[in-house]
Design a protein around this ligand. Sequence first.
Ligand code: NAD
Length: 270
Amino acid sequence: MKIAIVANHAKKSQDVAKELKEKLALAGFDLDCQVPSVVITVGGDGTLLSAFHQYSHLLERVRFIGVHTGHLGFYTDWRDYEIDLLIKSLTEEKRQRVSYPLLEVTLEYSDEQPTKTLIALNEATIRNIERTMVADVYIKDECFEKYRGDGLSVSTPTGSTAYSKSLGGAVINPKLKAIQMNEIASINNLVYRSLGSPLIIAQDEWIRIDLKREDHYQLHLDHFVESQVNLVSVTFKLSKKEIHFASYRHTQFWRRVNDAFIGKIEYKDE
Ligand code: NAD
């Protein structure tokens, strides 16, 4: 088994990564950051997002494991003091994995740039950085609505607990193969009207937004941001690819949501 380790710059993460490398080598694992079959991240969700994009060309073969050195994350199952346990489970495991959906984003430009297809783990967001964004929103090939507002964001089920949640989106169990679109500050009055609530489309559907103004747009894709983009159209659909996690100790999804957003509640008699 070839293992790559990706750590963020925090001292604690660097120390944990060093310990992990030494112990993995002692246990006989091959440390290979070029063509790994397992990628272990040390840090937080942001570290896993970076590693995902670093190894996105190897998604078929790679399984990810997240070790967190700060707060509990959504992509990080292991705690930094559980390194020995993690190595033991790697030694005993039989290549089990849990797979989750990804978002495919196709960008069409108003200039001569060729069409580009990207992949997101959390979400992709389009904003007009000059003035109100005006867009025709299609679901499959039918025009669904005319949107006016700051922008639109489309997320994966695992991304539903990230930016999507802040936009009022639903939390989606990542076992479901679906993508969710959220509006950002839409204009809804007697003249302009869009749905005004998040919408979730099925596996065989896609969303296309045709941008009606020749303005500059900002594209957010997970932790990447690109400004001054000359876009005319963006299509969002479920990717044929998936992210695979090594399933050694997969925390139950709703328990994780509870831990992250609700925590222990003490009910008092009323
Ligand atoms: P970051 O690394 O500061 O992350 C921001 C927060 O989002 C962190 O607390 C991180 O743990 C959390 N996060 C990331 N993915 C998550 C997920 N799938 N479920 C629950 N929480 C998650 O910021 P960054 O590296 O610039 O961006 C990474 C992600 O942060 C983006 O993909 C976006 O989803 C999220 N984000 C959220 C907001 C917001 O909620 N207003 C704003 C910006 C970015």
